[in-house]
Design a protein around this ligand. Structure first.
Ligand SMILES: CC(C)(COP(=O)(O)OP(=O)(O)OC[C@H]1O[C@@H](n2cnc3c(N)ncnc32)[C@H](O)[C@@H]1OP(=O)(O)O)[C@@H](O)C(=O)NCCC(=O)NCCS
Length: 186
C-alpha cells in the first residue's frame, strides 16, 4: 500500500464510508461476536445517517488516491468511529487516524478521550494508550454487544507550547472544529 493521506471527511464521502464500515465489520469482527450480530451491526446504518455523522462530528478519512480506506471521528470527547478496510488492516491506518484525532482533541483543550471499543478494537485502543474503565453491553439493530468502555488522559500542553504542525494543524483549524452529538454504533 502506498502511504495513505488523512483528510477531513466530506458529506460526499458518505457512500464510500458506509461501504467501508460494512466491510470492516463483516470481515474484521467475524469471530468477535456471533455471526447474526455481526451481520446486523454491518448492515445497520444508511449513507444518510453516515452523512449526518460527517456533518455534525469531526470526521476524518484515510485515502489512497481517491479510495477511502479508513474512517474515524471525534464526537465531543469520544473517539466514536474507527474503521479500516480489512484489505489494508495491520498497516498502521487506524493509528494514523487516531493520532489525527488526538491532535484535534488536544487543540480543542480536551484533557481526556473516551471510547466505547468493540472487542475487536480494544487491543488497538490499548496500544493508543487507553485504559479500560469497565465493560458494558450495548444494543444495536436488535442485537446486544459486549463492549469495553475506555479512557485516555491527555497531557495538557504547556502554556505557550506550539500548536500541532503539519496535517494535524490543518485539520485542527478552529474554523473547522464542530461540536455535536450523533447517535451511532461506534
Ligand atoms: C480495529 C481496527 C480499526 C484496526 O485497524 P488497523 O488499521 O488494522 O490498525 P493498526 O494497524 O493501525 O494498528 C493499531 C495498533 O493496534 C495494534 N493492534 C491492532 N489490532 C490488534 C489485535 N487484534 N491485537 C493486538 N494488537 C492489535 C497494532 O499492533 C497497532 O499497534 P502499534 O501502532 O503500537 O504498532 C480495524 O481492525 C477495524 O476496522 N475493525 C473492525 C471495526 C471495529 O471494531 N471498529 C471499532 C469500533 S469501536
Amino acid at each position: 500500500m502506498s502511504d495513505p493521506a488523512v483528510r477531513r471527511a466530506l458529506p460526499a464521502d458518505a457512500e464510500a464510508v458506509t461501504g467501508l464500515i460494512e466491510r470492516a465489520i463483516r470481515i474484521s469482527t467475524a469471530g468477535a461476536y456471533p455471526a447474526d450480530a455481526v451481520e446486523a451491526w454491518a448492515t445497520g446504518r444508511t449513507a444518510e445517517g453516515v452523512q449526518s455523522m460527517i456533518e455534525v462530528t469531526d470526521g476524518f478519512v484515510a485515502t489512497v488516491g481517491e479510495v477511502v480506506i479508513g474512517w474515524a471521528n471525534l464526537d465531543g470527547d469520544e473517539v466514536d468511529q474507527l474503521y479500516v478496510d480489512p484489505d489494508v488492516g495491520g498497516q498502521g491506518v487506524a493509528r494514523r487516524l487516531y493520532e489525527t484525532i488526538e491532535a484535534l482533541a488536544r487543540a480543542n483543550g480536551l484533557d481526556q478521550l473516551r471510547a466505547v471499543a468493540s472487542l475487536r478494537a480494544e487491543p488497538a485502543f490499548r496500544r493508543f494508550g487507553f485504559r479500560e474503565v469497565d465493560s458494558d453491553q450495548v444494543t444495536f439493530n436488535g442485537h446486544t454487544f459486549t463492549v469495553v468502555r475506555m479512557a485516555k488522559r491527555l497531557d495538557r500542553p504547556l502554556p505557550g507550547q506550539a500548536a500541532p504542525t503539519g496535517m494535524g494543524a490543518a485539520a485542527t483549524s478552529p474554523a473547522l472544529i464542530t461540536t455535536g452529538s450523533a447517535a451511532d454504533d461506534g
